[in-house]
Write a protein that binds this ligand. Structure first.
Ligand SMILES: Nc1ncnc2c1ncn2[C@@H]1O[C@H](COP(=O)(O)OP(=O)(O)O)[C@@H](O)[C@H]1O
Ligand SMILES: [Mg+2]
Length: 489
């Protein structure tokens, strides 16, 4: 499998030739389910529905009040009528047998669906009657009749005591048939309900269209912000008609322009800095090699010569000469180590891949079998610039040192290969181990020691990308990709 594929890019450190992502995730990933458009539409719809219910409630209340009033009027009318009859009976113009004269009340005073009842002192004179329903009432749905009967109808009845000369003669109670009142109420409010529902629907649609059109610039701004958050510094916003939004666009564009400039300057600076550092090291290494190493070799040779001559002429000097020889050889060993650190000779003499193999071998020797370091390099990478080769060497060197130091791995694999896309060739480099990956006491966000920072600077100088961090399958991975064609590397 290609090294790129077994290394997910979700890791914690990254560096790119453009800006690193400023904010992880997009607007839609931030746990916010609803955007502004839907929020506004939902709120306006809620207000419309609230108005709709309030209007319906008011219509119901008015119809109930009217029914209650009609019951009171009927009770009053019936009471007066019966009181009048009682007075006629007292004056002898009417007979007690005809009390109560109910026809007068039941025939003329009752509204459709209305009932009236008289409970007198003598139960034999009790009367009650109801009028029929009006044919043009609209039949209400069952839920409405149920609701009306349960909550409203019982409060609609009217009543009145029948008193004559200060004495209670009975009681008159009036009410509406529950079906009649709910039908009447439904007949009154159903056209209103239909119209309101239609209006609410139309209002929601119009609101959606208006809000959608007014917020179109906001979606442009959001797209720009998302692209900026992903690190695209080339993004610019168009001018808007609204002055406030236009100002946002101007400031956004000015800021991204500044950011792009600053990022480019920083990358150039890092590029020059690490290149100069490499050149300086190479120069130092050459000086040390040509001057000090030559002279040390001469001192060693001279000490050997003195030892040889002293064996015959002055044996007491043999020990000192041998000491001098050993000192020269130790110094040479230390110098070689410093030279390797400053600039491995193999990079110039043997090429990049051979010096990386030597580096891997060196780590294998140090690990004494506890960790197996290996390298796979498909190409020789002879065409890379000398500075580029040095950067790659240093990156691998630091990654292997880190693996030896932190990973406690069984295997550490270095892979290097070249790929081309439609525009240019790229070098892909990965160092993957199967060690501990992430130490529990290490905060990943702040896990950037000087080693990783140095790597990042070198990758910036290579105009490439770097990703490093613990792998989901365990272990630690580092992936670097940079353009190898002349204009990039
Ligand atoms: N191969 C690895 N395995 C586990 N942890 C690692 C590995 N490489 C780096 N780290 C972690 O990243 C941190 C930063 O590394 P680095 O920048 O090289 O600093 P240093 O090596 O000086 O600690 C290390 O301290 C270590 O916790
Ligand atoms: Mg390190």
């Amino acid at each position: 499998m290609d090294a790129y594929e077994d290394f997910p890019l979700s890791s914690f450190i990254s560096s790119q030739s453009r800006a690193a992502p400023l904010v992880s995730g997009k607007f839609s990933d931030l746990g916010v389910d609803m955007d502004l458009k839907w929020l506004l539409v939902r709120r306006i719809t809620l207000v419309a529905f609230a108005c709709f219910f309030a209007g319906s409630g008011l219509a119901l209340y008015m119809s109930a009040r009217e029914a209650h009033l009609q019951n009171q009027v009927l009770a009053e009318l019936a009471g007066r009528q019966l009181e009048l009859q009682l007075s006629r009976i007292e004056r002898g113009t009417d007979t007690l047998k005809r009390f109560p004269d109910w026809d007068l009340i039941s025939n003329y005073a009752l509204k459709p669906g209305q009932c009236v009842q008289f409970d007198g002192l003598d139960p034999a004179r009790n009367r009650s009657s109801c009028s029929g329903l009006e044919a043009n009432f609209i039949t209400p749905p069952a839920w409405f009749s149920e609701f009306y009967g349960r909550f409203l109808n019982r409060h609609l009845s009217g009543s009145r005591l029948l008193t004559y000369r200060g004495e209670v003669q009975g009681a008159i109670s009036t009410s509406f048939d529950p079906y009649a009142t709910s039908s009447k109420a439904w007949t009154n409010i159903s056209p209103l309900l239909g119209l309101s529902a239609l209006l609410v629907g139309a209002l929601c649609l119009v609101t959606y269209i208006i809000v959608d059109r007014s917020l179109r610039p906001a979606s442009n701004i959001l797209t720009g912000l998302n692209r900026l958050a992903e690190g695209d510094l080339k993004v610019r916003l168009p001018p808007f008609q609204l002055a406030e939004l236009n100002r946002i666009s101007q400031v956004f564009n000015a800021m991204t322009e500044d950011l792009e400039k600053a990022t480019k300057e920083r990358a150039d600076f890092a590029h020059r800095l690490v290149d100069m550092q490499e050149q300086e090291r190479r120069h130092l290494a050459r000086e040390l090699h040509d001057e000090i190493a030559q002279r040390l070799a001469a001192i060693g040779a001279m000490a050997a010569c003195i030892r040889n001559s002293a064996q015959a002429d002055a044996p007491q000097l043999v020990g000192e000469a041998r000491e001098l020889e050993k000192m020269a050889s130790n110094l040479m060993f230390a110098l070689r180590r410093t030279l390797r650190y400053l600039r491995p000779q193999e990079i110039d003499d043997l090429g990049l891949v051979a010096s990386l193999r030597a580096l891997v071998e060196h780590h294998n020797e140090n690990a004494r079998g506890r960790t197996i370091f290996s390298i796979e390099a498909a190409d020789e990478f002879e065409s890379l610039r000398s500075e580029t080769s040095a950067h790659v060497y240093r990156i691998v060197q630091e990654a292997l040192t880190n693996a030896a130091k932190h990973a406690r791995a069984r295997t550490v694999k270095v892979r290097m290969s070249e790929h081309s896309d439609s525009v240019r060739k790229h070098v892909r480099l990965s160092v993957i181990d199967d060690g501990v990956g992430q130490h529990e006491d290490v905060n990943l966000d702040r896990m950037s020691g000087s080693g990783l920072i140095g790597m990042r600077e070198r990758v910036t100088a290579l105009c490439g990308t770097l990703t490093a961090g613990p792998l989901p399958v365990g272990g630690f991975g580092l992936h670097v990709e940079f353009p190898s064609s002349p204009q990039g590397a």
